[in-house]
Design a protein around this ligand. Structure first.
Ligand code: FES
Length: 172
């Protein structure tokens, strides 16, 4: 008596299992690709490192305008739009604009920066870094993937001394 394992029923089961495995693997590959593309798309369009459509050009004035999505402040310096990265060059704390002194202040260790982001006092080794900006029609776009380091201390290019008390209460 022989036991032939290649009966029509066995062949049908093998074919079915083989196709099921292939279909399952294909499904996993498609799901993985889809997830990867989705992550890359969201980083490029809305996260730091991408281009952010930040504001109407007419909304940018000499009073810094905070753009949360670009982690930066837009302001006019000599009629030109600049985007100052909020990250303090010292140790990375968030720099805030102070209306009363009309300076940027870092509450962590007291660095201050003028309206152009140039370092005025404190331990910061340079001014606030800048992102590249461009205009698309009347929309200001901030390219958070293109960074220019701030100038070293002693490089103030605007004559705008503090106008009042600071906001952080940090002694410098
Ligand atoms: Fe801003 Fe230290 S992190 S002064």
């Amino acid at each position: 008596m022989t036991n032939n394992s290649n009966t029509p029923t066995d062949m049908g089961r093998r074919t079915f299992l083989s196709r099921a495995w292939k279909a399952g693997l294909a499904l996993i590959a498609v799901a993985g690709s889809w997830t990867t593309l989705d992550i890359l798309r969201s980083i490029r369009s809305s996260g730091l490192g991408g281009i952010i459509r930040a504001a109407q050009a007419t909304d940018v004035t000499e009073v810094p305008l905070y753009i949360r999505g670009a982690q930066s402040y837009l302001t006019l310096i000599d009629g030109e739009v600049v985007a100052l990265w909020q990250r303090c060059p010292h140790l990375g704390c968030r720099v805030a604009w102070c209306d009363s002194s009309r300076e940027f202040e870092c509450a962590c260790h007291g660095s201050t920066f003028n309206r152009a982001g140039e370092v005025r006092s404190g331990p910061s080794p340079r001014g606030m870094d800048r992102f590249a900006v461009a205009a698309d029609a009347d929309i200001i776009e901030v390219d958070t993937g293109t960074v220019t380091e701030g100038a070293p201390p002693g490089s103030e290019s605007i004559d705008e001394p503090p106008t009042g008390a600071g906001c952080s209460g940090h002694a410098t």
